[in-house]
Structures are given as C-alpha cells and as structure tokens.
Design a protein around this ligand. Structure first.
Ligand SMILES: [Zn+2]
Ligand SMILES: [Zn+2]
Length: 493
C-alpha cells in the first residue's frame, strides 16, 4: 500500500503515532484505541459486518479511506480485538493543512470539521483559536469560512474535531451563490478527504483501462444532443491527459460503465436529492463500489441545467467525472476538483496531476498502481502526445525526446509502512531505465531532501522526526523523466 502524495492531492496521510502503530495488529496485548477521530486500516476491505461490529463497540464510521481504511470516531477508548486491524492513528495538524502547511497565510480559509461535530462546537473552536468566522449560508455541512493568522489556523487544525483546512476559493469570498459537492460515494460510506492509492479503476486483462458511459435519462431542460455532447466533452477532457479511454456504451448497468441519470428526490440509491443544494453526486470506481453502481453519476433535475448562465452542465459533469474516475476533493481552490463547483473551461494543472497519479500520462504504459508516473513535468499536461489514442503502448518519438520514466523499486524496508526506533532509516533499492538512470533522490514530508548513493542500485540514509514521515524516492533519467515510490515511516519514541 502506497500513500498517494502529490502536491495538493489528498494525501500525505501523516499520522500521529501511538504505540507501535504500524505493526500488524494481532496478538493478545492489544492496547485500546484512544477516543476521538482516527484513521483505521484493516487487512482487507471493511465490509458491512466489520462496520456493524465497530458500531456495536460504540465506534462511529464517518468515511471510507480507499482501499481498506475507515475514518472513525468514538467518545471513549475502544478495543480493536478481533477486527483484523493493521493500524490506527490520529491525523496530525500539519497533514490537515496539506500543501499549504508552512506557507504564509493568504486570505480566508475553509475549515472542514468532522461530520459528527456539532455546528455550535465548531464555531466555538474557531473563536477559541482567535479566528473570525465569515458568515455564508450556502456552505456544505461542517464547513466554516474563517479568517485569521497562520498561527491561529494551525491552532485550529490541531483540534481533533477538524478534518482539514484549505484555502477559500474566490467564489466563496463573493456574494454569489455557491454550490458544494458532497464528495464521492463509496459502499462503505462517503469517501474521506484522505484517499490512499488504490482508488482507480483496475486495468482489464489487456492492461488497458477502457470505460463506457450510458444515459438512463437526460434532463428536459436542454436538447438531448447538447446534454450528450456536454457530458461526453467532460469525459474526454479527462481522457486527454491520461492513459484512459471512455466511450459510449451499449446498455445500462454493464461492467465498467458509468451510468448517468437526471432525477429528483429519491431515485433508487441511498442518497435522495432532498434539496436543490446538491447539484449532483458520483460513485467511486470498483472496488469501492460494485457494479452496476460503480462510477455512476446522478444529476439533480430540479436544477436549472444550462450551457450558458444557470447551472453549467459541463462544469458540474467535469467535476463529477473526476469522482467517477477515483479522485477525491483537492485543496487547490482553482482546481476543478475543489469541493465547491465553479465555471470551468477545462482541467487545471492540479487536476491533471491528480488523474495522472492514478492512470499515468497519455501514451505511457498502462497505469501501474504501485508506481504512478509523477505528474509535475510541465511539458506534457498541456500537450498530451497522443490525446486520441490514450491506450497506445509507449513509443519513443523519432528524432529523440525520451518520455519513458525510470522504474524504481524499494528493496528495504520491505513494506510501505514501517516503524522505526531511531533518528534515521536506511532505504535501499534498485532503478532501471531505457536510456539510463542518472540520479536517485529522496525527500521527506518533513522537508528533508538529498541524493542517494548509487543509481541502478542505490541507498540513502533518511533522517526521521518523532511521528510520521513520508519518504519519497525518485529515479531520474537524462531527459528529466522520473519514476518514484514512497513509504511512510512511523518513528516511535
Ligand atoms: Zn466533489
Ligand atoms: Zn443518486
């Protein structure tokens, strides 16, 4: 299991260590898990029986952390015995502030509280942190718009009741009505803002990820041809930048099919459109959901769907399609995947980074879940090499221009989440590339970085602070392509 860690994307899941948290959670001497909000990681998928067992122990399930974790809360310490738990951990304040952590404060922020936190308590905590609450009636439940210094935001982020603090978008600072998205839906519950790798559609037997879409119903508010064209354009905008194919399907409910409907009120799932505040919702891919629901997108048909003015169908479809493909919300207020919709002409660099982390760049080998291609290189996102043939195998363009990223393997430690009892850890591994690896570097979530010794066989000694450190190793070739892998080290005091 790798933790997805790219820029603003959820998330470098930095977790406050308790006990030997990263050890398999077996044996007789199981410490109780403390009260409060925790991410708990299971050996396998936490199915309905596991969730019912948690409820019987007084543990509230607040969200699903793909592929096999839950976000939970309890008012008292609880016993995890018999639950096949791998580890449980709180979420550190620094992690809640994502990529913004450590930067100077810029404008207002959105404080997102856990869904079981009383709204009055949320306001009181913001006040106690010295933050000013900016009133808005149209925020999502559990959201508060707050203004104040960086230190005060950090103080609020340190509270157990807070899930995340992200910068406010421009729209949130105007008087215009905003609409928030409830977030992607999984069978185990709403998908938490923390998503580990493993949320994407799996490749089929040929190694490709090819999906279809099918309209069960369309809105009467626009010509049917316009609805089809707008939604298809939204899918193709994602396809442009990644190694994925999406085309019209042959029937409803098929495997790998995104079924689309426009409905009002109750419409056959557990998420009725009870007000006009929810524009749409989308279901995460297999395996977070099973077919026929996986990937499906439902639009609330009470809205004034339009292509100019009103509620812009393309912008909302573009956002929901991101959820259908396995993306959660981004903390970048300009991105399509920010939790509040805004008019979008296309994807931003942040969105492209997110989708390429799941499926790779267009024209590259099919996505390799354990080693996504790092998406931050500036030349490809704006000019995909083969936008109409995303499933083509890698090719080296005539006349040079190597685009094949090196592959990288971490040999030791042998697990992607490990515990350590010292102030550093030695990481060793191998790297390979079609034209040659020129350097291997390391970086940590705590700000450290350096160059490893060696290339095709490399080693690095990485310093650790108490708590969690995400260590990312990158192997570069001469063209600047790189492959990466990361691991999380829990340093126990
Ligand atoms: Zn959303
Ligand atoms: Zn629905």
């Amino acid at each position: 299991m790798i933790i997805l860690n790219s820029r603003t994307w959820p998330v470098a899941l930095a977790l406050s260590a308790w006990a030997a948290a990263a050890q398999p959670y077996g044996g007789e001497a199981r410490p109780a898990i403390p009260a409060g909000h925790r991410v708990v990681q299971f050996q396998g998928y936490p199915d309905a029986a596991v969730r019912a067992e948690l409820a019987s122990r007084g543990v509230r399930v607040l969200g699903f952390v793909p592929p096999s974790g839950l976000l939970v809360a309890s008012d008292g310490a609880w016993n995890p015995g018999g639950l096949e738990l791998l580890w449980a951990a709180g979420i550190e304040g620094a992690s809640k502030m994502g990529a913004e952590f450590g930067r100077p404060a810029m404008g207002a922020h959105l404080a997102v509280f856990h869904q079981d936190v009383d709204p009055a308590l949320a306001r009181r905590l913001a006040g106690e942190a010295g933050l000013q609450v900016l009133e808005r009636a149209d925020l999502l439940p559990g959201h508060l718009l707050v203004a104040g210094s960086w230190e005060r935001l950090r103080s609020l982020a340190s509270r157990d009741e807070v899930l995340r603090i992200v910068p406010a978008s421009v729209e949130l600072l105007t008087h215009r009505r905003v609409y928030g998205c409830p977030g992607p839906i999984a069978e185990a519950g709403a998908v938490a803002d923390y998503v580990m790798e493993g949320s994407q559609w799996p490749a089929d037997a040929t190694g490709a990820v090819a999906l279809h879409f099918w309209f069960n119903t369309v809105t009467a508010k626009l010509d049917e041809s316009i609805v089809r064209e707008q939604v298809n354009a939204a899918f193709q905008e994602w396809v442009r930048y990644t190694n994925l194919a999406i085309s019209p399907g042959q029937s409803a409910g098929a495997a790998r099919s995104i079924d689309i409907l426009f409905a009002t009120g109750a419409h056959g799932d557990s998420y009725p459109f009870s007000s006009a505040n929810t524009l749409a919702h989308a279901f995460f891919p297999v395996p977070a959901n099973q077919e026929p629901l996986a990937g499906d997108i439902h639009f609330n048909d009470v809205e004034a769907w339009d292509v100019s003015g009103g509620i812009d169908l393309y912008s909302v479809a573009l956002h929901e399609a991101g959820h259908s493909l396995g993306l959660a919300h981004s903390s970048d207020p300009n991105s399509v995947m920010y939790a509040y919709y805004h008019l979008a002409a296309g994807l931003t660099a942040d969105d492209i980074a997110g989708i390429q982390a799941l499926y790779g760049k267009p024209g590259t080998a099919p996505a390799q879940p354990t080693q996504p291609v790092q998406p931050t290189q500036p030349t490809q996102p704006t000019q995909p090499t083969q936008p109409t043939q995303p499933t083509q195998p890698p090719s080296t363009p005539p006349g040079g221009g190597d685009t094949v990223a090196p592959s990288l393997t971490i040999v030791s430690p042998g697990s992607t989440i490990v515990s350590a009892y010292s102030s550093s850890i030695k990481v060793t591994g191998t790297a390979a590339d079609n034209v040659g690896v020129v350097s291997v570097t390391w970086g940590t979530s705590t700000g450290g970085s350096g160059v490893a010794t060696g290339t095709t066989s490399w080693s690095a000694v990485v310093p650790l602070l108490i708590g969690n450190t995400t260590v990312t190793i990158r192997a570069y070739d001469a063209a600047g392509n790189f492959g990466w892998r990361s691991l999380t080290v829990v340093r126990v005091d």
